[in-house]
Design a protein around this ligand. Structure first.
Ligand code: GDP
Ligand code: MG
Length: 303
């Protein structure tokens, strides 16, 4: 075999793929199947980007980095202009787009808007009609027909993310979109540890956002428990907010616990979006006078 040719065929390939579709069409389920394990999280600062990495599939020959583009999931009128622009920019820059539809649901206005958006980009688009295990062939065909009217010439693959049907075909097509490129992320970067870290960072961020200047420094968050219950699509998290002063403890808890409740609710919502499952989040506040000066305690907190 020609040596150069061999080089080309064995080159590592990588790229970014955006996953879009209305809520509940099965995006998380699809990702979980394609990744083979729970969705990997990499961004420790979710506020800084609108386009979140929701999962990474790494094989011997290629790496696919899946992005979520939240802006596109809502109707245009509900979105602010910047979110639309960011989402569109993402769709233009990725190597491909997977658009998920639910086979046993009617086409909704949101889908029509997504289709309209997708008509305006150059990026390859693959339409996935998910949950085919729930419908008969007779129902599937009109939907496929409708989709090809939406986006003429685009490939449509009927799949069942839940039953792992059709996903090999999807992965083959997606791998065809990838160009030669590096392995951007190593396997070790997406352990359970990064999810714990993410949880503590999000709680800490909510403390800062909600208490503002009242509690300038001196807050650390530790994760005391992080128990995954995949059968319930649930993660149980127990976290402690450490503060240096009694007065800060009062502020953090708030009147009748209102502040702590708000911190917990906001953190929980964000974590649910990022981790793609339900979160039960329990928060405690503890006064650790002088913890910022205590090396042992800092180590314990992983700082
Ligand atoms: P997302 O909001 O787009 O991320 O959707 P999810 O992945 O959370 O799925 C929403 C619901 O649809 C869950 O109850 C899934 O179990 C279910 N679901 C996803 N894919 C399939 C499928 O292929 N077949 C069936 N029957 N249910 C599915
Ligand atoms: Mg989801």
């Amino acid at each position: 075999m020609d040596k150069d040719k061999e080089k080309v065929t064995t080159a590592y390939r990588s790229g970014y793929v955006a996953l879009i579709g209305r809520p509940n069409v099965g995006k998380s389920t699809l990702l979980n199947q394609m990744l083979g394990e729970k969705v990997a999280i990499v961004s420790p600062k979710p506020q800084t980007t609108r386009n979140r990495i929701t999962g990474i599939r790494t094989t011997e020959s290629c790496q696919i980095i899946f992005l979520d583009t939240p802006g596109i999931h809502q109707g245009h009128s509900l979105m602010n202009r910047r979110m639309v622009d960011t989402a569109l920019q993402t769709l233009d820059e990725v190597d491909g787009v997977l658009w998920l539809l639910d086979a046993h649901e009617r086409i909704k206005q949101e889908d029509e808007m997504i289709a309209e958006t997708l008509r305006g980009i150059e990026t390859p688009v693959l339409i996935l009609i998910n949950k085919i295990d729930l419908v008969s062939k007779g129902k599937l065909l009109p939907l496929m027909e409708r989709c090809s009217q939406f986006l003429p010439g685009k490939e449509i693959v009927p799949v069942s993310a839940l039953k792992d049907e059709g996903l090999d075909t999807v992965l083959n097509i997606v791998e065809g979109w990838l160009a030669e490129g590096p392995r951007y992320f190593t396997d070790g970067e997406h352990t359970d540890q990064s999810e714990r870290f993410l949880a503590s960072e999000i709680v800490r961020e909510k403390v800062f956002l909600l208490t503002r200047e009242e509690i300038p420094y001196g807050v650390a968050v530790t994760i005391d428990e992080f128990i995954e219950k995949p059968e319930k699509n649930l993660i149980v998290i127990s976290a402690t907010i450490h503060t240096e002063r009694d007065s800060h403890k009062g502020i953090l808890i708030g009147k009748r616990g209102a502040m702590l409740k708000e911190i917990g609710q906001q953190a929980r919502r964000e974590l649910e979006g990022l981790l793609g499952c339900r979160i039960f989040l329990e928060l405690f506040v503890r006064v650790d006078a002088g913890w910022t000066q205590n090396p042992n305690q800092l180590t314990e907190m992983g700082l």
